[in-house]
Design a binder for this molecule. Structure first.
Ligand SMILES: Nc1ncnc2c1ncn2[C@@H]1O[C@H](COP(=O)(O)OP(=O)(O)O)[C@@H](O)[C@H]1O
Ligand SMILES: [Mg+2]
Length: 312
């Protein structure tokens, strides 16, 4: 799992309610524990609105400017407006040019495509978080992003392409091409697909992973949250199966679900070429869950941790 922490950006994605926010926070905490300068952020935050990601660190929302939010983890709220400024100033460098650009035809076409303009601002801010330097050093070695709904994630992956097709050539397109290359680089960016160990979420995670891969976003890991150990050994299971016709054993049906989903998870891992990690289901409160998950991420290389692939 440490190899995930050598990337530059982790996109934590999955269906709502599977534990994206908890897992994103846990990944950031675990990365900080092994000495990474890590920044945690989310894409659909609005100033003033309560953020459950910030809540993990006892905050109402992430700070507008980068600062430590707890446990060695830094936070900064991503905003489209900041992104627009960053984008233009990075690409055009000189103020009069920025003004000229804002007056130009191709840029107004850009602005007219309003929804993608917002997304492109978000995108630029995120990329800036990943490449920003201070005194010749990366300010954030790793950026962990709690992604919003699945559909939005895919929109983000497609954005550079869309914008390039909207614009003619020039510095803006060259800037976007660089962004596109960054996102498709498996050494730099990885999507972490979070799922629950149940049939429907697993199949949805599979669809999401396939769509991401189609759009050139590398899959770094399948993270199975709220996992429960299959409670029977083979002998016990055989004995229980022989009782199946005799009565309705609710617990047994649940256990079979766990067993079936195990096979589906293995298939998903093979299909996406992504390793599988499991985080157990706990009875802890919301605020404690992220730390509990972070505790299950081994702090070194090599085989360690009770919940790695193959241990079921
Ligand atoms: N491993 C876990 N064990 C127990 N509860 C969990 C676990 N992971 C997440 N939860 C709980 O599930 C709910 C949804 O988690 P959250 O991280 O907000 O998911 P998402 O961001 O995908 O909507 C929260 O109440 C959270 O505390
Ligand atoms: Mg969430």
């Amino acid at each position: 799992m440490q190899s995930l922490f050598d990337k530059r950006v982790l996109l934590v994605t999955g269906k709502g309610g599977v534990g994206k926010t908890s897992v994103a926070a846990a990944l950031a905490i675990a990365a900080a524990r092994v000495g990474r300068r890590v920044l945690l952020t989310e894409l659909d935050a609005e100033p003033g609105r309560q953020s459950s990601l910030a809540g993990v660190f006892g905050l109402r929302e992430l700070p507008a400017k980068r600062r430590e939010i707890g446990e060695g983890v830094y936070g900064e709220m991503v905003r489209a407006r900041t992104g627009h400024e960053i984008f233009l100033s990075r690409i055009l460098k000189v103020r009069p040019l920025i003004r000229a650009a804002l007056a130009s035809k191709s840029l107004s076409r850009f602005l007219e495509a309003a929804p993608s303009f917002t997304e492109m601002g978000v995108y630029s801010h995120v990329i800036d978080l990943a490449v920003r330097e201070k005194k010749g050093e990366l300010e954030n070695e790793l950026v962990v992003i709690d992604m919003p709904a699945t559909g939005h994630m895919i929109g983000i992956a497609e954005l550079p392409e869309l914008l390039i097709s909207l614009l003619e050539s020039g510095p803006v397109v060259r800037g976007l091409s660089a962004v596109r290359e960054f996102v498709a680089d498996p050494d730099k960016v990885a999507a972490c697909v979070v799922t629950l160990p149940e049939q429907l979420p697993i199949s949805e995670a599979g669809e999401l992973a396939a769509e991401l891969q189609q759009r050139g976003v590398p899959i770094g890991a399948i993270l199975v949250n709220r996992w429960r150990r299959f409670p029977f050994d083979e002998e016990q299971w055989a004995a229980l199966k022989s009782l199946e016709n005799a009565g309705e054993l609710a617990g047994m049906h649940r256990a079979r679900g766990a067993r079936d989903s195990e096979a589906a998870l293995q298939r998903l891992s093979v299909r996406t070429h992504a390793p599988l990690y499991r985080f157990d289901d706990t009875a802890l409160t919301r605020a404690e869950v992220a730390r509990h998950i972070a505790d299950q991420i081994p702090a070194g290389d090599g085989p360690s941790g009770a919940l790695q692939e193959g241990d079921s």
